[in-house]
Design a protein around this ligand. Structure first.
Ligand SMILES: Cc1ncc(COP(=O)(O)O)c(C=O)c1O
Length: 510
């Protein structure tokens, strides 16, 4: 439900309590926009955090966090808590953004409706992952451990050696030495069977999913997805017109045998190496069953292998693609988790008969990825920095995961169940279904901690709620992990106390 407020000195502020965007972030966005479009002119004295918190019926912590962010980015100055003012001099780029914001605010969305697909896209909730990662924001690797000096040296080398080639359009299928380096890496490390002609370089796994959906899906086509499922993939598949058919996932991964009529499905989107978000690995017999199904149904399997370079227990299970004898699997890899997400480089390994379709689709959707980044990455892989980085990070991530589990068990072991994850850079913990994970997520956000609720990843809303939290640990050092675990423990206790009290009240009134 939305809260409205009109404080005397600033614009109406609408905060949506049901949104997954933390309240402090919503408040920050509203105030920032008001500053940029001139509703809050330079020098405006903002109300104190206490006044604003009372006015908006939120905690003082929420207002404080919003002010702190505005101050860090130069929108406000002064002493938070007593005298906070809109900055007298806004940085030049902010002033440029101001003109844009004013134009946008003049547009009436009713008068210019977007398409049905546009509406599906608009409904998608974008996860906020920009700037410095906040614990336990997930999907972000250890940015502080990336070998920046090595990377910069390679960048400088390429600028010196072949600047003109770097400036022209690149090939739509990707820079040839990078495709060769990827093909040479994938065989021994992931068991993927391919040659470099089957590789198409794309802007991350997200673009690969989008391309596959556009190429392979017609309006209304049934498409199998895991229950629970990665939200951004779900949005891309839906906006291509697919009708999603959720398939249950248990300890052995997706169970194709329980889907009554799976034969009409055109495609199955799966994360077999490390199911997102539940974290399980698909066992060998389930993999075989899925491949058999694809063969019988003449369907495609879209294998999203987003983070399985990091495995902590045994040798990595080979990719599903390596078991496929009938060219049914389209394999997707990304460098977002293994290196850094801003690189926006990933790849598709397409069955030979789909390569042309992927290359042409890649060209129509933005032509190619930046050649410089691809050339640097090719060197990074062939010179051995890539495998060295993976080896080093595996140790660091294993320590971070252990620290998170240990800290959470200490802080709130009676309220959650958390098991070690064999792979990746996040863990998913289970909560008692009595505790609403979205409420915990909101409470945690108030304390400055990100804890995404598992229920937000449900495809079929009629499936029984399974309460849990998805916690990224890759990007945070042990001190940050311990501190955030303490706050998350507090959030869990607060929500559990409220749930207990209302259950008691209900019982008493019966
Ligand atoms: C399961 C899954 N697939 C794909 C992606 C997208 O990765 P990329 O950054 O390569 O687009 C993510 C990112 O978090 C993910 O969790």
């Amino acid at each position: 439900m939305a809260k409205t407020s009109m404080a005397s000195s600033f614009a109406a502020v609408l905060l949506d309590e049901s949104s997954s965007v933390p309240l402090y972030r919503q408040l920050y966005d509203r105030l920032r926009e008001a500053i940029l479009i001139g509703q809050l002119p330079p020098g405006t004295h903002l109300p104190s955090t206490r006044e604003m918190a009372t006015e908006l019926k939120v905690s003082r912590h929420t207002v404080f966090n919003a002010f702190e962010l505005l101050q860090a980015e130069g929108y406000v100055e002064g002493q938070i808590g007593s005298g906070t003012f809109v900055a007298r001099t806004l940085p030049e780029e902010l002033l440029q953004a101001r003109a844009g914001s004013q134009n946008i605010s003049l547009v009436n969305p009713e008068a210019r409706p977007v398409s049905q697909r546009g509406k599906i896209i608009t409904r998608t909730q974008i996860i906020e992952r920009t700037g410095l990662p906040i614990p336990f924001m997930q999907g972000v690797p250890a940015l502080d451990e990336f070998p920046i000096a090595t990377w910069s040296r390679l960048v400088a080398k390429h600028w010196r050696q072949s600047p003109q080639e770097l400036l022209n359009y690149g090939r739509a299928d990707g820079y040839a030495p990078l495709r060769e380096a990827i093909a040479a890496y994938l065989g021994p490390s992931r068991g993927v069977q391919c040659n470099s002609d089957q590789i198409i370089v794309v802007s991350g796994a997200q673009q690969a999913i989008d391309l596959a959906a556009r190429i392979l899906i017609d309006d209304g086509d049934p498409l199998l997805v895991e229950e629970f499922c990665y939200g951004a993939a779900r949005a891309a598949l839906l906006s291509a017109g697919a009708r999603l058919v959720p398939v249950p996932v248990d300890e052995a991964g997706l169970n194709i045998s329980v889907v009554a009529d799976s034969t009409s499905a055109r495609l199955a989107y799966v994360t077999p190496s490390h199911q997102y978000p539940l974290g399980v690995t698909m066992g060998t017999s389930r993999r075989q069953a899925l491949l058999d199904w694809a063969n019988r149904a003449r369907a495609w399997i879209l294998e999203d292998d987003y983070d399985s370079e990091y495995r902590y227990t045994e040798r990595p299970l080979p990719a599903l693609q390596g078991m496929d004898r009938n060219g049914r699997v389209i394999y997707i890899g990304t460098f977002s988790k293994v290196l850094f997400p801003a690189l926006r480089l990933g790849f598709v390994v397409a069955p030979p008969d789909l390569v042309d379709a992927f290359v042409t689709a890649r060209a129509t959707l933005g032509w190619c990825s930046p050649t410089l980044d691809q050339a640097v990455l090719a060197d990074f892989i062939t010179q051995g920095h890539f495998t060295r980085h993976i080896r080093r990070m595996r140790t660091i991530y294993a320590e971070r995961q252990a620290a998170l589990i240990d800290a959470l068990e200490r802080e709130a072991g009676d309220l959650l169940e958390i098991k070690a994850s064999d792979a990746g850079i996040h863990v998913t913990c289970s909560l008692s279904n009595r505790i609403d994970d979205r409420a915990v997520s909101r409470e945690a956000a108030e304390l400055g901690v990100v804890a995404q609720p598992l229920s937000a990843f449900r495809v079929d809303e009629s499936v029984a709620v399974r309460s849990g939290l998805i916690l990224g640990y890759g990007a945070y050092n042990i001190r940050q992990i311990k501190e955030a675990a303490r706050k998350l423990g507090t959030a869990l206790k607060n929500v559990s106390r409220v749930a207990r009290t209302s259950a008691n009240r209900r019982r008493a009134s019966q």
